[in-house]
Design a protein around this ligand. Structure first.
Ligand SMILES: Nc1ncnc2c1ncn2[C@@H]1O[C@H](COP(=O)(O)OP(=O)(O)O)[C@@H](O)[C@H]1O
Ligand SMILES: [Mg+2]
Length: 269
């Protein structure tokens, strides 16, 4: 299982949308995906159809899993698509406070998901708009950290701080981690969007920015509003093609082109 983390403490830069769409696209190509929501806002859980009110009662959440010494991850998983399971999240200040105070607090998730390694090809983790302990737990098990950067004046604010944290965690716990920026909500016709992308390329270096840009399109928002990935709602949308291309790049970066092909064969059997 390889772990893909969406991280950027700037809200609204399309972390959740990207997590949803790559999880569904990977599964559509035959991979087995474990989605993990670490954001107490529960957006990824909600778009995957999890009932957040019920979840507040049952507390079968990613944060409670991290605090459950005996519990197995499988008790926290719901299947939301063929080949996509989710460990959801909802508002739980108490759990978040305990996680933040725990010993070895950055490794809680990695340890709890060790037994999931064999059952999935990819783990896709959505993080909250903060660099707190839940996000650090995601980074500590990351093979590929994707930093979605939307366009607009404030897009690159705070990136230095983010990269500093990512580097610290990566050095200590996940030296294999690769980090790439992704242009999201991108309109190539707009000068500001192109300028921001130039700055992203300059900051990260060409090799560390996905060639794929995800276009800003109502189809993406509409799909999310009806609890679907854009590919499920609009098969011919340019955004559907963009996410497919992104997944191809992700597999290349992770050296996994073969895995995709094998998974398709497995799926066909
Ligand atoms: N490619 C896109 N085109 C249009 N709207 C988008 C696109 N990606 C994300 N959005 C919208 O931008 C807003 C923020 O996205 P979201 O994924 O929730 O960001 P984050 O998780 O980083 O806070 C949402 O309303 C979402 O529907
Ligand atoms: Mg989000």
């Amino acid at each position: 299982m390889k772990t893909i983390v969406l991280a950027n403490h700037k809200g609204g830069c399309a972390k959740t949308t990207t997590a949803l769409n790559i999880a569904v696209a990977l599964a559509a190509q035959g991979s087995r995906v474990l989605a993990v929501d670490l954001d107490p806002q529960g957006n990824l859980s909600a778009v995957f159809g999890v009932d957040l009110e019920e979840l507040e009662e049952s507390r079968r959440t990613s944060m409670r899993l991290m605090l459950d010494p005996q519990g197995d991850f499988s008790e926290y998983v719901s299947q939301v698509r063929p080949r996509v399971d989710i460990i959801p999240c909802c508002l739980d200040d108490e759990a978040e406070a305990v996680i933040t105070a725990a010993d070895s607090r950055e490794l809680l998730l990695k340890e709890k998901l060790e037994p999931a390694q064999a059952g999935y090809d990819y783990c896709v983790i959505d993080t909250p708009p903060s660099l707190g302990t839940p996000t650090l737990n995601a980074l500590a098990m990351s093979d590929l950290t994707i930093v979605p950067i939307d366009t607009g004046l404030f897009a690159l604010l705070g990136i230095k701080q983010l990269l500093r944290k990512v580097t610290r965690i990566s050095k200590r716990y996940s030296p294999q981690m690769q980090i790439l920026a992704l242009s999201t909500k991108y309109t190539s016709r707009q000068k500001l969007d192109r300028e921001v992308r130039e700055r992203v390329l300059a900051r990260f270096g060409e090799d560390y920015v996905f060639q794929t840009t995800v276009p800003k399109l109502v189809a993406v928002e509409e799909a999310t509003a009806t609890l679907k990935a854009v590919g499920e709602a609009h098969a011919e949308s340019p955004a559907t093609f963009a996410f497919r291309k992104l997944v191809k790049e992700i597999r290349e970066v992770l050296g996994d082109e073969e895995v995709g092909a094998q998974a398709i064969v497995r799926n066909a059997k």
